[in-house]
Design a protein around this ligand. Structure first.
Ligand SMILES: C[S@@+](CC[C@H](N)C(=O)[O-])C[C@H]1O[C@@H](n2cnc3c(N)ncnc32)[C@H](O)[C@@H]1O
Length: 254
């Protein structure tokens, strides 16, 4: 059969040479692979063998990313009951599910606002805003929805990847900068900021800015974030309260 080999042990293998048998002895569905490009076959094989994909489905989570947030919070415990939280880039809503549960928003305290360019299915207790975080009236809408300032801003924002590593890196870093600017406007002193970044790190300007605005900044790599992925997260705690940004200062002097 095209694209399949049979090893000495009689186990069928795909064109990549990978066995369709899982560790549990179950045979994967090679039929799903037919007609797919090798890159799509690799993606599908990874999905089929990824325990976090199975966990996402069995627990009814909206995204695999939800497990990353849980793992980071299990270790660093930044989500507290009744917090007011803003989730930038919230679709399809996995992080919203985790925040809603861990901050116990169902009890009527705290607040949760999610923003995304894409539609997000409604979630009880959360206000979802469809749009770009850079829209001029977005800050006002968020302040109104949470009734003041936030205790936490989370950003899992990602641009669609091009496959060109340095372009993707630059686009993610540009979103990180936008998220920081947004955060400075909505976070209350003592608040926390968690955002997707890239290994290789935020550039010096971004780290300097975060170190100035927050008491502590660290990189996190949850187990569910694939080891081969350059994705990391930045956790900044102890917001000092809108310390003047030198980039603005320089503009004003110019
Ligand atoms: C990795 S997904 C977020 C997954 C989400 N944390 C979850 O658990 O379901 C990244 C999201 O960022 C959104 N995004 C990217 N740029 C944005 C922007 N400028 N404003 C709002 N959302 C944005 C994308 O539309 C995408 O849905």
């Amino acid at each position: 059969m095209t694209g399949q080999k049979t090893s000495g042990s009689g186990v069928k293998k795909g064109s990549s040479g990978r066995s369709y048998k899982s560790k549990a002895g179950l045979t994967r569905q090679p039929r799903k692979m037919r007609g797919l490009k090798p890159s799509s076959q690799r993606w599908l094989t990874r999905q089929l063998n990824d325990p976090y994909v199975a966990e996402t489905q069995s627990r009814g989570l909206r995204s695999r990313a939800a497990i990353k947030l849980e793992q980071m919070d299990d270790k660093h415990q930044f989500l507290k009951p009744h917090m007011r939280v803003v989730d930038l880039g919230c679709a399809p809503g996995g992080w919203l599910q985790v925040v809603s549960k861990r901050c116990r928003l169902d009890a009527g305290h705290g607040a949760l606002v999610g923003i995304d360019l894409l539609e997000t299915e409604p979630l009880g207790g959360a206000t979802i805003i469809l749009g770009d975080i850079t829209e001029p009236d977005m800050l006002t809408a968020v302040h109104r929805a949470i009734g003041g300032s936030a205790n936490a801003v989370l950003s899992d924002m990602a641009a669609s990847t091009t496959g060109h590593r340095s372009t993707d890196h630059l686009r993610t870093m540009a979103l990180l900068e936008l998220a920081i600017d947004f955060t400075i406007e909505v976070l209350e002193p003592g608040g926390i900021f968690l955002a997707k970044a890239f290994r290789g790190g935020a550039d010096n300007d971004i780290m300097q800015l975060l170190n100035k605005q927050f008491e502590k900044v660290r990189y996190l790599k949850p187990a569910a974030s694939r080891a081969e992925s350059v994705e990391t997260y930045l956790l900044a705690t102890g917001f000092r309260g809108a310390v003047l940004d030198e980039r603005e200062d320089d503009t004003q002097k110019a």
